[in-house]
Ligand binder design. Structure first.
Ligand code: FES
Length: 323
């Protein structure tokens, strides 16, 4: 488990149908929080009473702010844990354990045009990116924001104000009014020359995004999954060699590497356990991982130098990692 900060819920706001805005502040007046960059997320450790419930949420406030973290939480209709607990139990004044920010979805460093594509609650990392683009004042940007209907579309007045301030274009797409989902192929075909394109949203949207951007240079395509992208590798039947600990641990069928390490009393860092937060990333010293995460890009996976032990397995009988 990662070390955490104690943060107080200062405010809860109803932002759209099933979307709560949450402002978290230090418990000590005047304290500053660890800095973050646009696209970063934090992990909330939620006292749901059903074991360790950790959920990752993107920061949506201005990264220049050091006095608070702001997130948006969509109530997942199928949720019995994290988002349902937040919507029904969390109250202003409550103190939560929160990880320091991590960023698996950064803005590129260039001034190239940015095209942001958000679906539903996937708008939250785009908000911090857009605030950064507005502050930089050098990066032209466009936002395509889709939701199933108008009631479910959060933060629209704020986005409109940011777009007006920066002379940017905001395209709002309502599935029910358009009678169809966002035309991803048309949107990608019309990208400005040299643009970097960023997407965050539900799995079908991101799958369409991955398919339609397959021909673009990888360094211009950026996406973030919330939740597992693939099933974890649990075939087992291999040994994980812990270089620093100087010991071998067998990974049995049905286990992930993380499961096997925890079962032997070891305490590696982890959080989401679904391959998208990056907390459990380790260096690979020998052997070939079977990658199942949504953190590493294709080139990083092909290099076989790093892996996420919560979901990825091994293609070799022994895999040695830097733990
Ligand atoms: S714990 Fe989140 S990627 Fe492994």
């Amino acid at each position: 488990m990662t070390s955490t900060l104690d943060l107080r819920v200062r405010a809860l706001t109803w932002e759209a149908e099933a979307v709560l805005g949450i402002e978290l502040v230090p418990t000590t007046d005047g304290a500053t929080l660890p800095a973050f960059t646009a696209g970063a997320h934090i992990d909330l450790h939620l006292p749901t009473g059903t074991g360790d419930c950790v959920r990752s949420y993107s920061l949506m406030n201005d990264p220049a702010e050091r006095h608070r973290y702001c997130i948006g939480v969509n109530r997942d209709a199928a949720s019995t844990g994290g988002s349902a607990w937040i919507h029904s139990q969390l109250r202003p004044g409550q103190v939560l354990q929160v990880s320091a920010p991590r960023n698996n979805f950064p803005l590129d460093n260039s001034a190239a045009p940015a095209v942001f594509i958000a679906g539903g609650i996937g708008i939250t990392p785009m908000l911090s990116m857009i605030r950064t683009a507005v502050a930089q004042d050098t990066r032209p940007w466009t936002l395509h924001y889709a939701a199933r209907n108008r009631a479910a579309m959060a933060f629209v007045p704020e986005l409109q104000a940011l777009a007006r301030r920066d002379g940017a274009t905001l395209h709002l797409h309502l599935d029910d009014e358009a009678g169809q989902v966002l035309d991803m192929a048309g949107l990608i075909a019309a990208l400005p020359a040299g643009a970097h394109v960023y997407a965050c949203g539900p799995r079908p949207m991101l799958q369409a995004f991955e398919q339609t951007t397959a021909g673009l240079p990888a360094e211009r395509v950026h996406l973030e999954y919330f939740g597992a992208r693939e099933a974890p590798a649990t075939a087992g039947g291999f040994t994980v060699r812990l270089h620093r600990a100087g010991r071998d641990v067998s990974v049995a069928p049905g286990q992930t590497i993380l499961d096997a390490l925890l079962a032997t009393g070891l305490e590696p860092l982890y959080s989401c356990q679904e391959g998208y937060c990056g907390t459990c990333e380790v260096a690979v010293l020998s052997g070939v991982p079977e990658h199942r995460d949504a953190v590493l890009d294709d080139a990083e996976k092909a290099s076989n130098r790093r892996m996420m032990i919560c979901c990825s397995g091994s293609r070799t009988p022994v895999i040695e990692i830097d733990l």
